[in-house]
Design a protein around this ligand. Structure first.
Ligand code: PGA
Length: 260
């Protein structure tokens, strides 16, 4: 995995946005895999700025989001449908019919999950997938123990994840217990993976994902199996990496490496 240590959160967003823009400049009809949570907000802010000020065009883009809470409708303020609309989609020129987010209210989850996988394939696969990481090492809602070959399905959230996400809900009991999520296998099928992480509370998960063994206990460690996975982490999230000096050395020696 290529590990790029950025000075701060803002630089993670700017560097990730440049990478996404590069994909779109080469392939205007690229398929983007998108993530929710606090981490990618800086990236979305920068993409919106690039759209407004530099004409970055999303008119031919197709998107697939990683996950959604089971039981929350698209207009629920904590749903990932709502999050994506408010924080990204309504600010750029992506066509609504090109947007895909797992449904949290379907009455047939197995059929929906199968359709979602098929739809990704029919659209030619995901070119670049944005990922956050949970403090328990999850990617999307692939909690510890998830098969590294898993596909889109329902997962039961881990207590740690419910605690982490309770900050967005009025009461911890309001956090849904189930989510519909792309699998680790779905994610690994993407052309390029961009893992973003910031803050001290991600340092253990980041170290385990990048330098630990590949294990279903830390599903982000599966990124080590991908030939084009990049981790963009701030100094705090990088603080437990043993090989940090080497990662900085690689970037210093790499022609055209992003200035982070
Ligand atoms: P966060 O969530 O960006 O809100 O920290 C990340 C995740 O759980 O994947």
């Amino acid at each position: 995995m290529e590990t790029i240590i950025c000075a701060d959160y803002e630089m993670i967003g700017k560097t990730a946005a440049k990478m996404v823009a590069e994909v779109l400049n080469h392939k205007p009809n690229a398929v983007l895999g998108l993530a929710t949570g606090s981490t990618p907000l800086g990236l979305y802010g920068e993409l919106i700025r690039m759209h407004r000020e530099e004409g970055l065009d999303f008119s031919q883009v197709t998107s697939f989001n990683l996950d959604e809470y089971v039981g929350l409708s698209a207009d629920h303020e904590q749903s990932y449908h709502y999050f994506m609309h408010e924080n990204f989609f309504k600010h750029v020129n992506i066509h609504p019919h090109n947007i895909h987010i797992p449904s949290g209210t379907t009455d047939n989850y197995p059929a929906f999950c199968e359709w979602y996988e098929q739809r990704i394939e029919d659209c030619g696969g995901i070119d670049v997938q944005i990922l956050g990481i949970g403090s328990d090492g999850h990617i999307a809602f692939n909690e510890p123990g998830s098969s590294l070959g898993s596909q889109t399905r329902i997962k039961t959230l881990a207590r740690q994840t419910i605690e982490d996400n309770a900050r967005f809900f009025e009461k911890p009991e309001d956090v849904p217990v189930y989510a519909i999520t792309m699998g680790v296998g779905t994610i690994l099928d993407s052309g390029k993976l961009l893992l973003l992480a910031n803050g001290k509370n991600k340092a253990d998960a980041v170290a385990a994902a990048i330098e630990g063994p590949v294990t279903s206990m830390i599903t982000a460690s599966a990124l080590q199996l991908h030939p084009d996975a990049v981790a963009l982490v701030d100094v705090e999230a990088a603080s437990k990496l043993k090989m940090r000096e080497y990662y900085d050395w690689i970037q210093a020696k790499k022609p055209g490496a992003p200035r982070c």
